[in-house]
Design a protein around this ligand. Structure first.
Ligand code: NI
Length: 177
């Protein structure tokens, strides 16, 4: 188990396009394991390799239904659009409203290089979209409709019962990003 340092906004690595993974070797396996450890320790629901300073197309996600490791993920379809709150481990202390597809399908490889496909809706679709953006050097703050402040969130949680969590943690004050 190894916890890596999460790079934060201002670091240029968050702004670069990540390169495809070419070797499905021990090093990749270690990277994915470390990314999962780092995500869980930070109480996030997703982490992309650039967030630990590695410019490769690798992502880990766990929205409560088990760990998913995605290598070289590609979006193959998207449906619908839904606005919801998001935070990011690389943008601590902030959150915002972001419009994301309601449903996405991705093609990717697993840690061993085997092809896989994943279809996700709702919160998992949001988390996947957020992490895929990281691989392009895009942060949610670039595309958010508006910044959320604690007073907005109180209003939000009254209006939307589903708005309790967001990719990578924090929307409510109790949660840590
Ligand atoms: Ni993020």
């Amino acid at each position: 188990m190894a916890i890596r340092k999460i790079v934060e906004i201002g670091d240029e690595k968050l702004r670069k396009r990540a390169k495809p993974v070419e070797k499905f070797d021990r090093r990749l396996k270690t990277l994915l394991e470390d990314m999962a450890d780092t995500m869980y320790q930070a109480e996030g629901v997703g982490l992309a390799a650039p967030q630990v300073g590695i410019l490769r197309r690798a992502v880990v996600i766990d929205t409560g239904e088990g760990l998913v490791e995605l290598v070289n993920p590609e979006l193959t379809s998207r449906e619908g659009s839904e606005s919801g709150p998001e935070g990011c481990l690389s943008v601590p202390g902030r959150s915002g409203l972001v419009s994301r597809p309601e449903k996405v399908t991705l093609r990717a490889r697993d840690a061993q290089g085997e092809p896989m496909e994943i279809t996700a809706e709702g919160f998992l679709a949001r988390a996947l979209s957020h992490e895929l953006d990281h691989l392009e050097g895009i942060l949610y703050i670039d595309i958010m409709e508006k910044e959320l402040f604690p007073e907005d969130e109180e209003e939000n949680s009254k209006e939307e019962e589903t708005a309790q969590e967001s990719p990578e943690g924090m929307t409510s004050k109790e949660e840590k990003a």
